[in-house]
Design a protein. Structure first.
Length: 153
């Protein structure tokens, strides 16, 4: 599910629940074409069991992370329960609160080191689409409810 228009500064709040092998993400400020996780930003939503027993996920691949870029300060994901995100994007400043506690607080312009696929956070767009994805395995569903978007500009 992807927004029809672009957004720059906003607060996005929603609740989510993942099945046992659930994997999802919310794309922020991504262009109409391309990969939200690498051409914009993606806030990860994943039940760690998604990865299986033969892979240990990196901290920046877990719930609360800016996917493959910034790890959450702590892991507050509650498996099989409703969890709540409050995500604020304002200019280069992005904060992610999971279940009432800020787990990411980053100024994108200060993150100039290249990441996967070569694009640093400083180079990511400050305006773009918002959307939800679902990449679960073996019936690990993703549920979203009570989504609210408030623009700041």
């Amino acid at each position: 599910m992807v927004s029809e228009r672009d957004y720059s500064d906003f607060i996005l709040e929603f609740e989510f629940r993942l099945g046992e092998r659930g994997n999802s993400g919310v794309g922020l400020r991504f262009p109409p074409a391309g990969d939200p996780a690498f051409d914009g930003l993606e806030v990860q939503m994943v039940d760690p069991r998604y990865y299986g027993t033969n892979y240990t996920a990196e901290p920046w691949e877990l719930t609360g992370a800016l996917y493959k870029a910034v790890a959450p300060t702590e892991q507050l994901y509650r498996p099989l329960e409703w969890n709540r995100y409050s995500i604020r994007c304002e200019g280069p400043h992005v904060t992610v609160a999971l279940n009432g506690k800020t787990v990411v607080d980053v100024t994108l312009g200060e993150k100039t080191e290249p990441l996967e696929r070569g694009k640093s956070l400083a180079e990511r767009p400050r305006r773009g689409r918002i959307g939800f994805q679902e990449l679960s395995r073996a019936g690990g569903q993703v549920e979203i409810r009570n989504a609210r978007l408030r623009t700041l500009n």
